[in-house]
Design a protein around this ligand. Structure first.
Ligand SMILES: [Zn+2]
Length: 108
């Protein structure tokens, strides 16, 4: 009985250490930039993938982060005049003023 219990304990410890413990949520968040840039070693990338699989919170975080990053890249791109003319003028103005007030609200 005691033996079985300690076996389960060591399995739990092993799982904690080798799976979830391989990367904490904080480590995951700080590794994200490198991960999305692709400038990461295969081993570190696998740790991020593993943590993404195991942690629903970070999975959601990664999805939101990736989407925000893509939107930011698109927003920073010079807007083409053809694209702008296809969009109603007042909508363009609303987006531009939202971006202006957004950037002042967040400081630099
Ligand atoms: Zn996490």
């Amino acid at each position: 009985m005691n033996g079985r219990r300690s076996l389960l304990e060591s399995i739990r410890h092993w799982v904690d250490r080798s799976l979830h413990g391989a990367m904490t949520c904080a480590e995951f968040e700080s590794a994200l930039v490198d991960y999305l840039d692709g400038s990461m070693s295969t081993l570190a990338k696998r740790q991020v993938d593993l943590h993404t699989l195991l942690c629903p919170r970070c999975r959601r975080y990664l999805r939101a982060y990736d989407r925000a990053r893509r939107l930011a890249v698109e927003a920073l791109r010079e807007p083409e005049m053809e694209t702008l003319s296809a969009v109603p003028e007042d909508l363009v103005q609303a987006i531009l003023s939202a971006r202006r007030s957004g950037s002042t609200a967040h400081g630099s």
